[in-house]
Write a protein that binds this ligand. Sequence first.
Ligand SMILES: NC(=O)c1ccc[n+]([C@@H]2O[C@H](COP(=O)([O-])OP(=O)(O)OC[C@H]3O[C@@H](n4cnc5c(N)ncnc54)[C@H](OP(=O)(O)O)[C@@H]3O)[C@@H](O)[C@H]2O)c1
Length: 246
Amino acid sequence: MRVTILGGTHGMGRALARRLAERGDQVFLLGIEPEELARSAADLQARSPTQAAVGAALCDLADPSTFAPALAAAAAALGEIECVIVTAAIFATQEAMEADVTRAEALLRLDFTNTVVFCEHARGLLLGRGGGTLCVFSSVAGDRGRKPVILYGAAKAGLSAYLEGLDHKFHAQGLRVVCVKPGFVKTGMTAGLRPPPFAGEPEAVARQVARAIDRGTPVVYTPGIWRWVMLAIRWLPRFVMRKIGF
Ligand SMILES: NC(=O)c1ccc[n+]([C@@H]2O[C@H](COP(=O)([O-])OP(=O)(O)OC[C@H]3O[C@@H](n4cnc5c(N)ncnc54)[C@H](OP(=O)(O)O)[C@@H]3O)[C@@H](O)[C@H]2O)c1
């Protein structure tokens, strides 16, 4: 599979890029740090069974003018793109964003508006070749309005709804949309936060997501137990949600 990934230099994106490279997929990295991109590309090349060269291009989710050139560079290097993966996003605590509305605005723009704009570029590209897979990391935080993640969750709720709509409209034209909803996973994004029960590891997430990409599974909770946790949370009455801290 020929795949490009935005966010493959750290966390779950890096684990997923490594898994795909190790099984022989051709990977092209998109990201913001030239040195990180070069280091990660060399790492993926060393892991590839064919030692195939891994390309990279700059793409900043904060700057939509970088999206089209980055995807064009990926398409040129890979020949064509069969799968676009987006794991890049930022996180800030609810308290930090309540105290600084500019921080909230930056997160909402990056994690929702600009991510959707990037996906629109990717959608056009994939449909232009007759289909392909768009795999995007949303979050369980988008499944219900909750006190600790009101703003981050709102961005991810919008993203999940967008991805579901894409699936409904374009599945018949060959677009396979995979919306990944991680629970708590131990990465740089969650460093310093106390891991709850069922906290996951990036490598296990990568295994599950690679399988979902192969099968075209539309929604993936990872670790899998979060499907049942969120099912229960979605059914909790509002008076209970007002009382609990979750
Ligand atoms: N960790 C969790 O518990 C958790 C839970 C639910 C959902 N998620 C979601 O899962 C996805 C992956 O999370 P993670 O924990 O693996 O995150 P992470 O370890 O913080 O990695 C985030 C990646 O995004 C890239 N990135 C950040 N800002 C960017 C920008 N402006 N332009 C382009 N790339 C940018 C980073 O690039 P650099 O490598 O250059 O820093 C990094 O590769 C995210 O969408 C996150 O919201 C995570």
